[in-house]
Design a protein around this ligand. Structure first.
Ligand code: ANZ
Length: 847
């Protein structure tokens, strides 16, 4: 039956590809243009699932396409094989994370091969191999040398369930992105990568990716980096020697500041409260305890009632000497800007909500009813700068409406700034601050440094030694890798400190330089370090001299097409961009963005729901493969909808796909013209359909419209069927062969086993995967064609399919180029040509 023959075909060609190493990347002497196609490498979490089926189908389509375009394609595969799931499985089953990991890898490898993915299997890497993670350690040392890896004590995100710290990027809506537990804050000394040094470049370079990455991803990265432009303003505090700096995006509103707010959990708040009366101190202490239990997300929510404690201290406004009461309130965050703000309730909603809750004054300094375009409006003000006619403004007084005036407008009540537009006033205010030495232009970012220490076993050991005097000594490069110890005798259960700390014989070592006893750093690296540069390792995967060969990087990188899920829009993609820029600064690569094109695929859902083991709604990859064969699964998925859309499994028709593939195979078997037949005649309508597809298909693939390509192939197969059944020459028509060969070559992208089989049946040598796509014949692309005749001495020698709008010169040229006309003319002399476009070309010859 169909399924068993599909399986036989599948097995035959998979064996062929493996034995012939068909998809091996060409070497340095290969002169074809190069193309690096990469799918985000998998985590070895168990069997392959439908998400993998989709992801690696798309990358395979792209890789196969470029081979057909005559490119030398690099399409490698590896495994992101360190990480928590292995460790958790090991804890649950009392097994070794190594065994769990490598067993899953072996299983997934079999899955990929059964799926017919055209990987270059000679370059496989696993991030958990010492041969790989040694270079993570090397990268760490380089980062350390450049001042980009440092240790600091700060309140970090802590997952109480996994008992490990998390990077900001791994906290989603206040919860651990792995287990969903609510994340708490904990003060710890940890290693960080200084990604904030690269914030401007990471943001600005996104512009060069516009049009090549999904816009949504670029926008998510922009928001994540979150650059705000404004000023730092220094406020003197009564009874304190040092001024306190605040960051503001609206220094134009300085005259409208009516109070001052510090984050309750900042050092400054503690210090100010310490000098306050006992009763204030107590109130503050109670408030702080409550605040420490809140998440940052909750604190930033705009719809919750404002709370705070007046500290009975005052800040002095540098522009007018006014005394501003200082409050501690949770809507100000300790680790953003400087953890303190000047509050301008008239023009900031949070400040206004707070002012209304605690009856603090509201002072309007921007008239948002005044036009800002055209001629400068005359705002009549009194001696104090207060507008005389405030009719329009009165209706919008924030103190009564509760709505802050955040729009454009003209400055009022602001001394020299009066009359200026918001934008000009910001610039002018910064000049004034700089002139008086009380402030300066400043930028602020939402992005924080990347916390990379993890208190877990299954990761890359941090190559640092701690001496008894507290100093930190990098492990020498030639002593790498620092290998993970055996799991024997180790307790992997989460307990808040790294399990490696319990490996006595491993942690205790000596500094080779001094012979002094030292302790190894017991933490391992965030696995996002592993994946931040792996695309470079594929270029020289077996080198024990370098992380990657710069010459190979110059040849192959950046990645031309990178394919993966949108869940990596921030984390992985941001880190990979960061490390790429660092490697560029080190002079090791000549590009600053790792992935020239990014394709995000949607998810495969079931009844509109995400598939998951816990929901019990998994459609199993292996079961589908067994039931329908790889090609039917691939065609079904490709046909189910646009790449970037989510697809419901209900819309994936593997049986429909199977029927289509059988139909395609059947026509290949029926083709009866010789393998070397010339394609210059035959059924004109079929030829037009074939050449239309030849001309459109490359753009369809480049625009990732794979579902449309499948639809077009289905149409073409139907047209071939009709021509065989009803055409004048049936299966012997050369147009039938031309069309069927076109199907085989294009079908290779989606259903490679069927394509190879068709190609062989049609009388060709394998592999169809390496056949160059034919180009379309422009003469056959014209929709409204007519048949023109070419005569030689009054006798019709050829019929030409031409555009109804063809010009005389073009028609004559076509006729002169036609084989049959050439034969008829032979070596006779053309004495006259009569052209009546679009119908007749008539040659008069002599001799
Ligand atoms: C005065 C002001 C007046 C502000 C005004 C805004 C509007 P973004 O754009 O997100 O960077 N701010 C500064 N540090 C803060 C902190 N640690 N916690 C909470 N809020 C903080 O926001 C910058 C603005 O957020 C700053 O500009 C400051 O309020 C506030 F009409 O200063 B603004």
């Amino acid at each position: 039956d169909e399924t068993s023959s599909a399986h036989a075909i599948q097995a035959k060609w998979q064996k062929y590809w493996a034995e012939n190493e068909t998809f091996l990347t060409g070497g340095d002497d290969d002169t074809r243009p190069r193309r690096y196609v990469l799918a985000m490498f998998p985590y070895p979490s168990g069997d392959l699932h439908m998400g993998h089926a989709e992801n690696y189908l798309y990358s395979d389509i792209v890789a196969r396409f470029w081979r057909h375009r005559g490119h030398n394609v690099l399409n490698p595969i590896g495994w992101d094989s360190f990480g928590l799931p292995a460790e958790n499985a090991a804890i649950r089953q009392g097994a070794d994370p190594r065994e769990w990991t490598y067993q899953n890898i072996a299983q997934q490898k079999v899955g990929f091969q059964a799926y017919g993915v055209s990987f270059d299997w000679s370059r496989v890497l696993h991030t958990s191999d010492p041969e790989y993670y040694r270079w993570n350690q090397w990268l760490f040392l380089k980062m350390h040398e450049r001042g980009l890896a440092y240790r600091k004590k700060s309140a970090v995100n802590w997952c109480p369930n996994d008992q490990t710290v998390l990077a900001n990027e791994q906290v989603v809506d206040g919860r651990c992105d792995r287990c969903g537990y609510e994340v708490v804050k904990k003060k710890l000394t940890q290693w960080y990568f200084r990604i904030t040094d690269y914030a401007d470049r990471l943001l600005d370079d996104l512009n060069q990716l516009e049009g090549f990455w999904p816009h949504k991803v670029l926008q998510m990265q922009r928001n994540w980096i979150g650059r705000s432009v404004g000023a730092d303003v220094d406020f003197r505090i009564e009874g304190r020697d040092e001024p306190v700096t605040v960051f503001s995006t609206r220094p134009d509103t300085l005259h409208g500041a009516t109070f001052f707010v510090v984050a309750p959990d900042s050092d400054l708040a503690a210090e100010l409260a310490a000098d306050a009366p006992a009763e204030v101190r107590e109130r503050f202490q109670t408030y702080l305890e409550g605040v420490q239990k809140e998440t940052d997300i909750a604190r930033q929510a705009t719809d919750r009632p404002k709370t705070g404690v007046f500290l009975e201290r005052y800040a002095i406004n540098p522009v007018n000497g006014e005394k501003l009461p200082i409050w501690a309130a949770d809507y100000v965050l300790a680790d953003y800007g400087h953890g303190a703000v000047m509050a301008v309730p008239a023009h900031d909603q949070r400040d206004l909500d707070f002012a209304r809750a605690f009856d603090l004054p509201v002072k309007v300094v921007v008239d948002t009813t005044a036009p800002i375009t055209g001629a400068m409006p005359v705002i009549e003000v009194d001696d104090e700068g207060v507008p005389i006619d405030t009719g329009a403004l009165d209706d919008q007084n924030p103190a009564s409406t509760g709505i802050a005036l955040t729009g454009e407008g003209r400055l009022i009540n602001s001394g020299e700034l009066n009359g200026l537009s918001k934008r000009n006033a910001i610039a002018r205010a910064i000049e004034q601050l700089e002139a008086s030495g009380t402030g300066r232009a400043a930028k602020n970012y939402r992005l924080r440094d990347w916390l990379i220490s993890r208190q877990r076993f299954w990761g890359t050991p941090i190559p640092m030694l701690h001496a008894e005097d507290g100093s930190i000594i990098p492990v020498a490069e030639d002593k790498l890798p620092v290998r993970l110890p055996s799991i024997e005798g180790l307790d992997l259960k989460p307990k808040g400190t790294s399990p490696l700390g319990g490996a006595e014989g491993w942690v205790r070592t000596v500094d080779p330089a001094t012979g002094e006893p030292v302790l190894r750093d017991p933490d391992t690296m965030d696995t996002f370090v592993d994946s931040s540069w792996y695309f470079l390792r594929f270029l020289s995967p077996n080198s024990d001299q370098v992380a990657f060969d710069p010459a190979q990087a110059a040849r192959w990188a950046p990645v031309d097409s990178y394919i993966g899920g949108v869940e990596h829009a921030i984390l992985h993609l941001l880190y990979a961009r960061f490390i790429t820029k660092v490697l560029f600064d080190m002079g090791l690569i000549d590009f600053t963005e790792p992935f020239s094109n990014l394709i995000n695929q949607g998810m495969v859902l079931l009844d509109g729901q995400k598939m998951s083991k816990s929901k019990g709604n998994l459609v199993l990859f292996q079961e589908e493969l067994d039931a329908h064969g790889a090609d039917a699964l691939r065609v079904g998925l490709a046909f189910a909808g646009p790449v970037e859309d989510d697809k419901d499994w209900a819309d994936v028709s593997t049986t429909g796909a199977q029927k289509f593939l059988s139909r395609a195979l059947r026509i290949a078997r029926e083709v009866s013209s010789p393998v070397d037949v010339v394609f210059d005649g035959g059924d004109a309508a079929l030829r037009r359909t074939t050449h239309k597809l030849l001309s459109e298909a490359p753009a369809l693939v480049e625009q990732t419209k794979f579902n449309v390509l499948v639809a077009r192939l289905m149409e073409l197969v139907n047209t071939i069927r009709k021509t065989i059944d009803n055409g004048a020459n049936g299966a012997a028509d050369p147009a039938v062969r031309e069309a069927t060969e076109t199907v085989a070559v294009m079908l290779d992208l989606i259903a490679p086993h069927t394509a190879e089989e068709m190609w062989e049946i049609l009388g060709h040598e394998p592999s169809v995967g390496l056949v160059t796509w034919r180009s379309a014949n422009p003469a056959l692309l014209v929709e409204d064609t007519i048949t023109a005749v070419a005569q030689v001495n009054g006798k019709v020698r050829a019929q030409l399919e031409v555009s109804a709008r063809i010009g005389e010169a073009e028609l004559e040229a076509l006729a002169r180029g036609d084989e049959r006309v050439i034969r008829a003319i032979g070596d006779k002399e053309i004495v006259k040509v009569i052209v009546r476009a679009p119908k007749i070309v008539s040659f008069v010859v002599k001799g």
